[in-house]
Ligand binder design. Structure first.
Ligand SMILES: NC(=O)c1ccc[n+]([C@@H]2O[C@H](COP(=O)([O-])OP(=O)(O)OC[C@H]3O[C@@H](n4cnc5c(N)ncnc54)[C@H](O)[C@@H]3O)[C@@H](O)[C@H]2O)c1
Length: 348
């Protein structure tokens, strides 16, 4: 067994920088060998910060480098599937940020290439590795709260992303809610069969002009009868709001937001505390480390990755169904979206 994994970093924006720093400073079993980003200054800055010896002009140079075992695909969403296919063809193991793509057709092509070339793939659903949500999963698996009946997921960003990001993100359901779709099926341990989405533009009219929504509630129905809600907004003025509650036959389990400290300020006027950790870079730092450690370990020890390529596909089906539900104003079964996708593939 190899003792150290050599990694190429593709994309050095917000999440590329987080993953680069995680590998460089928190995962001694891996080394960053090269980085690429069309924005050369961004790539250079991450290389300098993380001690990466080589800055490549394109991902092709990373794929051609025989010393590189695996890649982290951290580029804009619209590039993921093509890069994953190229990586698989080059025999590189793949950690790919969510979502794999906006279309099932392209995802299926990527998954088929990954399987055919026998490389490992892990998709970036980091929240599964968060200690709070892992505890909720444990309470469900162990039967501590009995048979689950209801799940509520609150997932609100502190503020909207730039419009340039919105335009290539695939829309809120595919970009943001996708984490919550994954969380719902991960926590309940069963598949959602139907979604019913109500959504609108409440935060920024520019998001509406870009053809997207910024606020939504999505009702979920699981195969095992559990009913769920996801509550999303691109703006929560008090910071990143990330909570879950599950009610079961023997009780409930709920998570709180994560705060930078536990101090309470009590005065004659009020009792208050500081705001929660502001965004994913702070709130989910530990989970990013755990997911990358798990990926590195899976490749080095030749074990299955804990979040598989197939786990990356299902939430995309859920997101496409939610979009359809919102546009058509009715509950949509996931089977409708899957059937449409297979028709597309047949008619190609
Ligand atoms: N798991 C999470 O919590 C999480 C958080 C943020 C973003 N993401 C995902 O990560 C991806 C990137 O998001 P971001 O917030 O870092 O965006 P970003 O816009 O900050 O960065 C994207 C970077 O990719 C680069 N890029 C574009 N095409 C490229 C290519 N062909 N090769 C190499 N680099 C390329 C861009 O120049 C840019 O620097 C998105 O798919 C997003 O959904 C995941």
């Amino acid at each position: 067994m190899k003792s150290k994994l050599n990694i190429g970093l593709i994309g050095a924006g917000r999440i590329g920088k987080v993953h680069g720093e995680t590998i460089a400073f928190r995962v001694p079993e891996a080394s960053l060998i090269a980085v690429t980003d069309p924005d050369a200054a961004t790539a250079q800055a991450v290389a300098q910060r993380c001690g990466i010896p080589r800055v490549c002009a394109t991902a092709d140079e990373i794929f051609a480098d025989k010393s590189i075992d695996a890649v982290l695909i951290c580029s804009s969403t619209n590039t993921h599937a093509d890069l994953a296919i190229q990586a698989a063809l080059a025999g590189k193991h793949i950690f790919c940020e969510k979502p794999i793509d906006h279309t099932l057709e392209k995802i299926d092509l990527a998954l088929e290439t990954v399987t055919r070339h026998k490389v490992k793939m892990q998709v970036g659903f980091n929240r599964r590795f968060d200690a709070n949500f892992a505890r909720v999963r444990e309470a469900i698996v162990s039967g501590e709260i009995g048979t689950p009946h209801l799940i509520h997921i609150i997932s609100r960003d502190p503020g909207p992303p730039p419009i340039s990001y919105v335009k290539v993100s695939g829309g809120m359901f595919l970009d943001m809610t996708i984490h919550d779709f994954d969380m719902a099926r991960f926590l309940i341990g069963d598949e959602v069969t139907e979604v019913y989405a109500s959504a609108g533009v409440r935060v920024d009219p520019e998001i509406g002009k870009a053809g997207d929504v910024d606020t939504a509630v999505i009702l979920l129905r699981f195969a095992n009868g559990v009913i769920g809600t996801i509550d999303n907004c691109r703006q929560a003025p008090y910071g990143y709001d990330q909570r879950v509650e599950v009610l079961g036959s023997k009780g409930s389990i709920a998570t709180e937001n994560v705060y930078p400290n536990r101090a309470l300020v009590s005065t004659a006027e009020s009792v208050r505390r500081d705001l929660p950790l502001n965004f994913f870079m702070e709130r989910y730092l530990d989970s990013f480390e755990k997911e990358l450690r798990a990926f590195v370990e899976a490749v080095l020890a030749d074990k299955p990755t804990p979040v598989t390529a197939a786990d990356g596909r299902v939430p995309v089906v859920m997101a496409l169904a939610a979009k359809k539900s919102y546009l058509e104003g009715r509950p949509v079964k996931l089977s409708e979206v899957a059937a449409e996708a297979s028709l597309e593939t047949v008619s190609r």
